[in-house]
Design a protein around this ligand. Structure first.
Ligand code: SAM
Length: 261
């Protein structure tokens, strides 16, 4: 049974890392006229309220997006800032976009969106949030979607894999699925997010991914745990076929994260 709910963590420093790099990639991809496919295997609910009880309880957004916006990390024309501004204009000043909504804010009518989310309540909320933006939403296993849908039409595009890692076998299964997807969709940009935990549970997975895909970008940032004893001390993004500009933005973000107290 799934118990993870992203509402407790939305807008935290890991989201800032993942969403800023996702927005950078989509900003680049949508600068060209050609349509693209956007696929998410673990979509979450798409929209979060940073004044909700869940967000207030952990305080992670206060240490995350609220803090870095005060520090001026993202210029107003950064694709992440544009998606944040659009979400607040549409849903109020405390709204924060999950990755599907962030993507929808940056994508165009010519692009295709495919989303999977397994948790019944998260899926119901996702469908409601995303209905005005179009796309195909399925309450199915995300890795099954990844295999079933590739190569997508149009072939140009990006897949975000953002599991909650509640099932420990995810760490073994994901490199295998990425290998299969990459063989079927060799032009696809495949981005995998993973937490950096005190247990270092990600290390065998990232070692396998780096060995199998030597040209991929593996970008990691570290930060102080959100509270004493909290296991997450950083955020990682693996990107196969990284688009132009991503390495520079990752380097810039890495320097900013390194300077955070
Ligand atoms: N990508 C979202 C974002 O950045 O806004 C956050 C996603 S959250 C980290 C992971 C989500 O995956 C949770 O909502 C969880 O219910 C869902 N999930 C867990 N196992 C899944 C599976 N096998 N297939 C699809 N979704 C799953």
């Amino acid at each position: 049974m799934l118990s993870y709910q992203h509402g407790y963590h939305a807008g935290n420093l890991a989201d800032v890392h993942k969403h800023a790099l996702l927005a950078t990639m989509l900003g680049y991809l949508t600068a060209k006229d050609k349509p693209l496919s956007y696929i998410e295997t673990h979509a979450g609910r798409g929209l979060y309220a940073l004044d909700s009880e869940a967000a207030q309880k952990t305080g992670e957004a206060a240490q995350g997006i609220a803090r870095v916006q005060k520090l001026g990390w993202f210029a107003p024309d950064h694709p992440y800032s544009r998606a944040l501004a659009q979400t607040r204009a549409d849903h109020g000043p405390n709204a924060y976009p999950g990755s599907p909504l962030l993507a929808a804010q940056l994508l165009r009518r010519i692009d295709n969106i495919h989303l999977a989310e397994l948790h019944p309540q998260e899926f119901a909320a996702l469908r409601e949030t995303m209905a005005p933006h179009g796309g195909i939403f399925r309450q199915i296993d995300g890795l099954e979607l990844a295999l079933a849908i590739t190569p997508p039409t149009p072939r140009r595009g990006l897949m975000l894999i953002d599991p909650s890692y509640e099932v420990k076998s995810d760490y073994d299964q994901i490199p295998k699925v990425i290998g299969q997807v990459a063989r079927k969709w060799n032009v696809g940009i495949i981005a995998l997010w993973y937490p950096i935990l005190t247990s270092a549970a990600h290390l065998p997975m990232t070692a396998t991914l780096s060995r199998t895909h030597p040209g991929a970008l593996l970008h990691e940032v570290r930060f102080a745990p959100a509270r004493e004893g909290h296991g997450m001390i950083g955020s990682g993004l693996f990107v196969l076929n990284p688009p132009w500009g991503l390495t520079d933005e990752a380097r810039r973000l890495g320097q900013l994260f390194a300077r955070l107290p």
